[in-house]
Design a protein around this ligand. Structure first.
Ligand code: AHR
Length: 516
């Protein structure tokens, strides 16, 4: 057997060490675990989510005044319960593209007195009935850390600064008096603030060049920080991957301008299966790996020469599969309502593997979005169902904690039109005390992969909880009253330092076991 080190330089930074057999005919694999071999703490904020004033995400999703399913505030109780099942660690709001023309003062005060405004990002009218209080109270109900994206498109420095003051200041000022009049005595203390959204995109209201954004965001950042030194600021990195666009140059310029004020640089990625090519689609996480690894290097480059140990981490604050409900027609109320199938859920599991495998540099991530709009939860006026992508996100959020493990994986691989040597098993691992979690996607459409799991420095202590996300075929999906794809758990036993597991075709499996 010829063992070859994976040769893609960019992935050597953080992906599992792939020891791949040169085109093995048999579908066998081996995962070697050494619990001392870690690559950094997994920040729970990588299991975040996102709600935008877009389609039925908030209005008709999270919030539906007058619905028999809503509570007195207007929050949908059934949605809240489904969201609670995701252990959302960080919730981003109000956009997205929406944030670039959102004037937060429109969304405070008595609801009936709030002004309806033309909403130009997605072509509707914004009622402003869900605003700062509704969002921050919702985050509190979820026990989730809020993350507010300020308007650095059509907004002003003062507007961004005063939003921080309204939310965070305990001083007696004209702004905090408004908060008190609106029923909130104590500040909420919002830590995470975005300095605009996708400001490199010509589609963005208030789009700017990197230089202009860097200078503008710097003044906003100063005022926000001087209002509350505890805030953590997230700069808008590039998400414009159109050919001919130098997205790395945008990132470098922005970090150079903002380095003294920011803690994170935000990047986004959406993928799709436009050509109906399962193998290619399942390799999409290579794009995420690349975006992360290249951005991490660019940040390092921008900070080179500093001697104070300053860190700027990556906030992957939008990611998902999004291609069916996309394009120019997506304006109005029922938009971006992507219906997911099994293969989409597997891609999401590989994305989550990528985030865990880059735990040293990615410290925030938000699936976009939470309800109805490219989302794991889908509602009607009568109820909801859980989309396929709900399950991998739930399993990671609930279980993949502690330190990210650098694993050695020996597995057959395949080529696609775009990528070479894509391992059939995509793997990440987490160790939290003595709890080991392995997350494994079998990218093979037809074959199971018999795998030896070997622990170098410890032994299995007994019961292994095996949870599998799978379905009758790769196109299977869920709907109201129909659940074809779900997570199913069972327990098996393992003793000593090796175990065998056969990963079924087109599946995501999470193994959770105590070691001793
Ligand atoms: O999540 C949908 C949209 O995708 C967001 O509004 C925007 O930031 C991105 O382009």
């Amino acid at each position: 057997m010829k063992l070859t080190r994976r040769s893609v330089v960019a992935t050597a930074l953080a992906s599992p060490l792939i020891l791949r057999r040169a085109r093995a005919a048999d579908m066998r694999a081996r995962i070697d675990v050494n619990t001392e071999n870690t690559r950094g703490a997994i920040d729970r904020k990588i299991y975040g989510n996102f709600i935008e004033h877009l389609g039925r995400c908030i209005d008709g999703g999270v919030f539906q005044e007058g619905s028999r399913l809503a509570d007195a505030t207007g929050y949908r109780r059934d949605v809240l319960e489904a969201v609670q099942g995701l252990d959302v660690s960080l919730l981003r709001w109000p956009g997205g593209n929406f944030s670039s023309n959102y004037h937060w003062m429109d969304g405070i005060g008595p609801r009936d007195a709030r002004p309806p405004r033309l909403e130009m990002a997605w072509g509707t009218v914004e009622s402003n009935r869900f605003g700062t209080h509704e969002f921050l109270d919702y985050a509190a109900l979820l026990k989730t850390e809020p993350y507010i994206c300020a308007n650095l498109g059509t907004g002003t420095w003062t507007e961004a600064q005063q939003w921080v003051e309204y939310c965070n200041s305990a001083e007696d000022t004209a702004i905090t008096r408004m908060r008190r009049q609106n029923g909130r005595k104590d500040p909420w203390k919002v830590t995470y603030w975005g300095l605009g959204n996708e400001m490199d995109g010509p589609w963005q209201m208030g789009h700017r060049s990197a230089e202009d954004y860097g200078k503008f965001a710097l003044e906003a950042a100063k005022l926000m920080r001087w209002t509350d030194p505890g805030v953590k600021l997230i700069a808008a990195g590039s998400s414009n991957y159109a050919s001919g666009v130098d997205w790395s140059l945008w990132n470098r310029t922005v970090v150079e301008h903002l380095q003294n004020y920011i803690d994170y640089l935000a990047i986004h990625l959406y993928v799709g299966n436009e050509n109906d090519d399962f193998g290619e689609f399942l390799a999409s996480s290579r794009l995420m790996d690349d975006k992360i690894e290249i951005t991490a290097k660019v940040i390092d480059g921008a900070l080179a020469g500093r001697t104070d140990g300053k860190k700027v981490h990556i906030a992957f604050d939008e990611y998902n599969v999004w291609y069916r409900a996309r394009g120019d027609g997506q304006r109005g109320r029922r938009i971006l309502e992507e219906r997911y199938n099994l293969e989409d859920a597997l891609v999401i599991a590989t994305f989550l593997n990528s985030l865990v495998n880059h735990a040293d540099v990615v410290k925030i991530a938000n699936m976009a979005q939470l309800v109805n709009v490219i989302a794991p939860i889908f509602t009607s006026d009568e109820g909801l169902f859980l989309q396929t992508i709900y399950y991998p996100l739930q399993l990671f959020a609930k279980n993949a904690h502690g330190d990210s493990l650098a694993l050695a994986v020996d597995v057959p691989s395949y080529d696609t039109k775009q990528w070479r040597d894509v391992p059939y098993l995509d793997v990440s691992g987490a160790i939290d005390g003595n709890t080991l979690v392995l997350n494994v996607v079998n990218r093979h459409k037809d074959e199971a992969i018999d795998t030896t799991i070997a622990i170098e420095d410890k032994t299995f202590a007994g019961a292994v909880s095996v949870t599998e996300v799978n379905g009758p075929d790769i196109k299977a999906g869920n709907d109201f009253g129909k659940t074809e794809v779900r997570a199913q758990s069972r327990t098996v036993n393992a003793r000593g330092n090796t175990a065998q597991h056969s990963f079924p075709p087109h599946s995501f499996t999470q193994l959770k076991v105590q070691l001793s």
